[in-house]
Design a protein around this ligand. Structure first.
Ligand code: ZN
Length: 309
């Protein structure tokens, strides 16, 4: 089941990337029409008060739910089209309303649902840069190379923060931490302190080498730094919801961080030995790393590592 889920996500990722590569600068609307048919969400109970919606066979972000006496706090909201399926899943837990939506970052597969939920007056919370990016059209980097159109006012974050923010919900402390220049320049991870559950956004993913949106401030060095912070804060019983892929734990974070570090170190060594990008590519910086996939492009990581030296 776990492997099937990863495979489906990976396939969807690659298929959409291939389609997007075939025709430059498609919009989100171009792929929207196929989404409802390809996404199947499943609800998983994680702890006393937390649940996850883990999509299967699709290109949509994982959702984390917190249930309080008054209603739900949800982290990320996938696609606008999936508003009804998500709302139906919530109804199987409780008839209470959604109180707040948190966005881990600005990408459409985590924020497109803001449109439907925001229209219903639900307040959205995110880092300052999520709002700044959603105010204008954004070109998401290759291999996606897709235009994400600006969002209407009601779909923008209503509450924004610069470094961190805490929601004091009954006994739970819900903490949102911004991390600099990682998957994008808008990323946060969310900690449910008492339940010991995290949503990492796309800082941490399970489909293979992470997609890094360098047009919008993403950097592999920032991802490693952010994952190190997560490793510091978590323990062996922490439940970790990645941006995409199956429910994970601290060991998965460590493997992911180590793999990224090996790739960066190999590229850094090549640069210090005055090798060209082509020569570094020939030596295969991802050699021996099992989860390597097509989201890895040597030249882009080379530029990030070089700029960091
Ligand atoms: Zn993303």
């Amino acid at each position: 089941m776990k492997n099937k889920s990863i495979l489906f996500t990976l396939l969807a990722f690659l298929i959409i990337h291939q389609n997007l590569n075939a025709q430059k600068h498609q919009t989100i609307d171009d792929i929207r029409s196929t989404i409802q048919k390809t996404i199947k969400d499943s609800l998983v109970k994680l702890s006393n008060n937390t649940y996850a919606i883990i999509p299967d066979g699709l290109f949509a972000g994982n959702i984390l739910l917190y249930k309080s006496k008054d209603g739900f706090i949800i982290v990320d909201d996938q696609w606008d089209e999936l508003n009804s399926p998500i709302s139906n899943l919530l109804k199987t837990i409780s008839s209470k309303p959604i109180l707040y939506i948190l966005n881990t970052h600005f990408h459409f597969d985590h924020t497109d649902g803001n449109n439907a939920f925001g229209k219903n007056g639900i307040k959205i919370i995110a880092h300052d840069n999520v709002r700044k990016r959603l105010l204008f059209d954004q070109n998401i980097s290759a291999p996606m190379d897709v235009i994400q159109s600006k969002y209407p006012f009601h779909a923008l974050p209503y509450i924004t923060f610069s470094d961190s923010l805490t929601i004091h919900e009954e006994e739970e402390e819900i903490k949102i931490f911004h991390v600099n220049n990682a998957h994008t320049d808008t990323d946060s991870f969310i900690e449910f302190e008492k339940d010991n559950v995290y949503h990492t956004g796309d800082i941490f993913v399970r489909y293979g080498f992470p997609f890094i949106d360098d047009n919008n401030g993403g950097n592999i060095l920032g991802i490693i730094k952010a994952v190190n912070v997560l490793i510091e804060r978590t323990n062996d019983s922490t439940i970790i919801i990645p941006g995409h892929g199956p429910i994970s734990n601290r060991k998965d974070l460590i493997i992911y961080r180590n793999n990224l570090q090996v790739i960066v170190d190999r590229i850094k060594e090549g640069i210090l030995n005055n090798l060209t990008v082509e020569q570094i590519e020939e030596k295969n910086p991802t050699k021996g790393i099992k989860w390597y996939n097509g989201a890895f492009v040597t030249s882009r990581i080379y530029n990030m590592v070089k700029a960091g030296l």
